[in-house]
Design a protein around this ligand. Structure first.
Ligand code: SAM
Length: 299
């Protein structure tokens, strides 16, 4: 057990001082033990909060984790070894971020695991679900720009059995992962994923009834370019569902809008008429930020 190994190491470290200075070493031992006990109690309290969540929460966690295990063809004890390492300090250029992050085999599975319990990701799904209820068209061709693990594409294809999808992502690893996820979910015959850049889409003008660009525009330094491309491939009267975080300056975000107003201005600049907009604050380990979500129509 990890605690026994820890105790052995602790005593080995303290051994010499215990022989020479038994009282102060003992005092040190007890104060160290008290601080560990406090930390463990805090961890248990956090665990209790998690355990007390309802069945819907746990069922969603179970589904996401088992999907990731199936796609990655691994067992649950191997999941932690998939963690993506931090980007080198100070990295802010797209090429390095692509190489060190998006192009790693673990990246799509990490993005998928966010849908287990990371509130901003779950809110993305809730917003999407709300908008899909308004879109009553029987069949639609949509394109998921920067689809990542493919969770949102899968969600739409399951909700709308007659719709078909295209998708583009800069990461070949995401294409590989998302293709496997679509197969697992039995929706692979209705989707075509391609590796490519949102700033130069390989689709003709006016192709899609709906484009999705959720949590991707902030990953490029020139979001206007990406958004103009999204609008170009959208049919007149077609819809865009987008999400962009505000004031979340993490290394892979090369565009950090200062306010929801700035995001709205961006949509206006590309002739998207916003039909529904929400801005919601989240407090996360990365700090607090505002997530914005929009449903727009091409004017
Ligand atoms: C945070 S993930 C979001 C994934 C997905 N849209 C979602 O909400 O679950 C961002 C994705 O954008 C992709 N990406 C980053 N820059 C891109 C670009 N220039 N063109 C296309 N995809 C890009 C990354 O590879 C990554 O999969």
């Amino acid at each position: 057990m990890v605690f026994e190994a820890f105790e052995r190491q602790f005593e080995a470290l303290l051994e010499e001082k215990s022989r020479k200075y038994p009282n102060s070493a003992d005092y040190f031992r007890h104060s160290f033990l008290r601080s560990i006990t406090t930390q463990l109690e805090m961890m248990l309290a956090r665990l209790r909060t998690e355990i007390d969540k309802d069945d819907a929460y746990w069922e969603n966690c179970e589904q996401v984790v088992s999907d990731v295990l199936s796609v990655m063809e691994i067992k649950s004890d191997e999941l932690l070894s998939l963690e993506v390492s931090d980007l080198p300090h100070g990295v802010r250029d797209f090429k390095t971020i692509k190489e060190k992050l998006y192009d790693t085999a673990a990246y799509p599975s990490q993005e998928h695991l966010y849908y287990r319990n990371f509130e901003p990701a779950l809110e993305r799904l809730r917003f999407l679900s709300k908008q899909l209820k308004k879109l009553s068209e029987i069949d639609m061709q949509f394109c998921d720009l920067g689809f990542g693990p493919g969770v949102l594409t899968q969600f739409i294809l399951e909700e709308k059995p007659a719709w078909t999808a295209s998708g583009i992502d800069i990461s070949p690893e995401c294409v590989h992962y998302a293709n496997k996820l679509m197969k697992l979910k039995g929706v692979d015959e209705r989707v075509q994923f391609t590796t490519g850049d949102i700033r130069s889409l390989p689709y003709a003008d006016n192709t899609f009834d709906l484009v999705l660009a959720m949590e991707v525009l902030e990953h490029i330094p020139d979001p206007l370019k990406g958004l103009l491309e999204a609008v170009r491939v959208l049919k007149p009267g077609g819809y865009a569902i987008t999400s962009i975080p505000v004031q979340l300056p993490i290394p892979m975000h090369l565009y950090v809008p200062k306010s929801p107003r700035e995001v709205l201005d961006l949509y206006e600049d590309v002739n998207l008429e916003v039909l529904d907009f929400s801005a919601k604050e989240f407090k996360t380990k990365m700090g607090s930020f505002v997530a914005t979500f929009a449903l727009s129509v091409k004017g």
